[in-house]
Write a protein that binds this ligand. Structure first.
Ligand SMILES: Cc1ncc(COP(=O)(O)O)c(C=O)c1O
Length: 490
């Protein structure tokens, strides 16, 4: 038994110490297992699970654990769900959570009536479109996407999920440049398939996986609060100042030293722990890619479709990628669909199967995407997001001044990261405090994700009312206050 202990399986100490990976997770919670999401194997998680005092829930959690193949961060689950509507998830006991995570499919919340209507109509007419045929809905969706992208981005390829689109983008870059090497960012996540983990910057996803895609160089990301190359002249909160351009310069250094680089891949804003580079950083990256004929691949899978207050995040930085990858909320939280959008001049891979996915020109996925775009337009969600963004910034910065445990607040649109530290000078990550905040908020009906173990990611549905946003921030502030008391900060 000891050799086969699964990460995520409740287990006793003897078993834990026999498994080196799990031992690290539990005994050194600062490790990289914290980076992609909240670790679900801690004692605090066990206590939370035991606190779910509801028979149906406990039974379902047990059956889930018995039937699903265990993997990191999936089992045991947080709770069991019965319904989702608008900004709310509802669990099996009837308890509601405002969902400030939503796996980034929740721009419109859950079950938006317009999206449901359009999908239902599509289902009744053309539910599937086999390869070799086209259909009106898919063409319209692709046309609409090129319109909201603007600029030169006018060629689209659909796929059933974000990871697949990343694979297609890497293949297209190889085809176009004849260079197979890629530069990516440390700490980045682009999906969990073999090609995506090859370019991803989180070592935990590669651990034990053997030979991967060759030719990947990683450089440090522009991280304002605790970057690898801190700028001594920068203050903590000057994301929009050009204090991070030296991180971009490093890309040129690697391109020149290594040679044979075909692509640079990055999120315009890293979603997990909300890292927002400056406009100057992105301008410099664009300039370097142009100079060296390196394709700029922007992964906007979690943040696209309005989260930044723009349709796509790169638009906030006034640059254009060569390949844009989108997904997640593209399907309105109802249908899985993703897309790669690129330029006419790269429409040259006619003899290469870049994607070749069964659900490529999916009428249902495209109906969902079109309806999602219509809702964002009709409900003016981009403007609303920009206005809500200012409100969240003010509220969170006020909390940062008030509570010693908040070391940094950063964000864009309706994506905010609140970094908890035990000491504002040393910036020591406050893991236990972040976990305590999570469970306290869950108790009071607010769900979110914790990244890097100490960064609370607040990512509300874009449709949220100001009153609900205020209510959620009140729950969050009460939790932070309680944590400050419980951990003797105040
Ligand atoms: C930045 C980023 N890229 C790619 C992916 C992979 O997308 P999918 O899970 O749809 O394959 C994710 C998923 O979380 C992501 O956050």
């Amino acid at each position: 038994m000891t050799d086969s202990v699964e990460i995520g399986t409740p287990t006793d100490t003897k078993e834990v110490t026999a498994n080196p990976v799990l031992t690290r997770v539990l005994n050194e919670p600062a490790t990289h297992f914290r980076s992609e999401g909240d670790v679900n194997t801690t004692q605090a998680r066990q206590a939370w699970n035991e606190s779910l005092n509801h028979q149906t829930t406990q039974a379902l959690l047990r059956r889930d654990s018995e039937v699903f193949l265990h993997q990191a961060m999936s089992t045991p689950c947080l709770d069991s769900l019965e319904a989702a509507d608008g900004i709310y998830l509802q669990d099996s006991s009837g308890k509601k959570y405002m969902d400030f995570h939503g796996n980034n499919v929740h721009q419109l919340g859950y079950g938006h009536p317009h999206v449901i209507k359009k999908i239902t109509e599509q289902m009744a007419s053309l539910p599937f479109s086999p390869r070799r045929f086209t259909n009106e809905t898919a063409v319209q969706c692709a046309e609409k996407l090129t319109q909201i992208c603007g600029g030169e981005l006018n060629r689209v390829l659909f796929a059933p999920g974000g990871t697949s689109v990343i694979g297609m983008a890497l293949k297209l870059a190889r085809h176009v440049t004849n260079n197979f090497k890629v530069v990516s960012l440390w700490d980045s996540f682009h999906g969990a398939s073999l090609d995506a983990i090859s370019v991803g910057g989180e070592a935990c996803f590669r651990e034990g996986m053997g030979p991967l895609m060759a030719g990947v160089e990683r450089i440090p990301p522009a991280v304002s609060y605790r970057g690898a190359f801190p700028n001594p002249n920068a203050s903590n909160n000057d994301n929009n100042q050009a204090s991070d351009v030296h991180y971009a310069d490093y890309l040129e250094y690697v391109i020149e030293k290594e040679g044979g680089i075909g692509a640079f891949i990055a999120e315009a804003v890293r979603n997990t722990d909300v890292q927002v580079p400056s406009k100057a950083y992105w301008k410099r990256i664009r300039e370097i890619c142009d100079k060296h004929n390196v394709l700029l691949i922007i992964d906007d899978i979690p943040n696209g479709m309005g989260r930044s207050g723009e349709w796509f995040t790169h638009q906030a930085f006034d640059i254009e990628p060569d390949i844009l990858c989108i997904g997640k909320g593209l399907g309105g939280g109802l249908i899985p669909i993703a897309a790669m959008i690129t330029k006419d001049k790269f429409n040259t891979a006619t003899q290469v199967s870049l994607g070749h996915y069964t659900h490529e020109k999916s009428p249902l996925g495209c109906a969902a995407a079109l309806a999602t775009i219509e809702v964002i337009e009709q409900e003016k969600l981009l403007d609303k997001t920009q206005s809500d963004s200012k409100f969240m910034r003010e509220q969170l910065l006020r909390m940062k001044e008030k509570y010693p445990v908040i070391g940094d607040v950063r964000g864009i649109g309706l994506l905010w990261g609140v970094e908890l530290v035990t000491d504002k000078t040393a910036k020591t990550r406050a893991f236990d405090e972040a976990e305590a905040t999570l469970y306290q908020c869950l108790n009071n009906g607010l769900s979110f994700k914790v990244s890097q173990g100490n960064v609370i990611q607040l990512s509300p549905p874009l449709i949220i009312s100001r009153a609900d946003l205020q209510a959620a921030l009140n729950i969050f502030e009460n939790a932070i206050q309680q944590v400050c008391i419980d951990f003797n900060y105040i």
